[in-house]
Design a protein around this ligand. Structure first.
Ligand code: S3P
Length: 167
């Protein structure tokens, strides 16, 4: 069975939805962010602070390629994974990509109390979200399926994803 890969901006619900999907489908849940932290033996904020974003992106590409050799997984990919075309091509080889979306207001509300996302740990997260959404929009638009999670519960999003994959 091919992998189900959830992509999309930070705060769109990827982690919660991927965990619930994995439970429902009795599949293994895999988080690329967790694989990166395990491989690097340090947290994502530390990787960004000590080695910079482009180093982080290299490790992200490495783990994305590794999981693409496996199957039957529900993969929770980080929000920036789509920026590199090689990642999208690798993940597509063994999986169906589904992009979760949400409005900037919902993203801000869902992310504002968390401190584990270095890109949003800035003085004006609202502006940063708008800026990043604008630059990433073309990348997210290339993913075949998308679900707007702004007004949906986790189980409602799970149902929509199950419909997409024909389950
Ligand atoms: C990032 C999203 C994060 C994590 C890192 C960078 C991004 O994952 O990979 O902080 O560039 O959008 P989540 O989308 O799971 O928060």
């Amino acid at each position: 069975m091919i992998n189900i890969v959830l992509v999309g901006f930070m705060g769109t619900g990827k982690t919660a939805v991927a965990k619930e999907l994995a439970r429902r489908l009795k599949r293994e849940y895999v988080s690329l962010d967790e694989l990166i932290e395990t491989k690097e033996k340090r947290t994502i904020p530390k990787i960004f602070a000590e080695s910079g974003e482009s180093y982080f992106r290299d490790v992200e590409s490495h783990v994305a390629k590794e999981v693409s050799n496996k199957e039957n997984l529900v993969i929770d990919a980080g929000g920036g994974v789509v920026i590199r075309e090689e990642n999208v091509l690798n993940l597509k080889k063994s999986g169906v990509l589904i992009c979760l979306k949400a409005s900037p207001e919902v993203i801000l509300a869902r992310t504002k109390h968390a401190k584990h996302r270095p890109l949003l740990n800035v003085s004006n997260p609202q502006e940063k979200i708008q800026e990043l959404l604008k630059t990433r929009e073309p990348y997210y638009a290339r993913v075949d399926y998308s679900v707007d999670t702004s007004n949906l519960t986790i189980s409602e999003v799970v149902e929509k994803v199950l419909e997409i994959i024909g389950k």
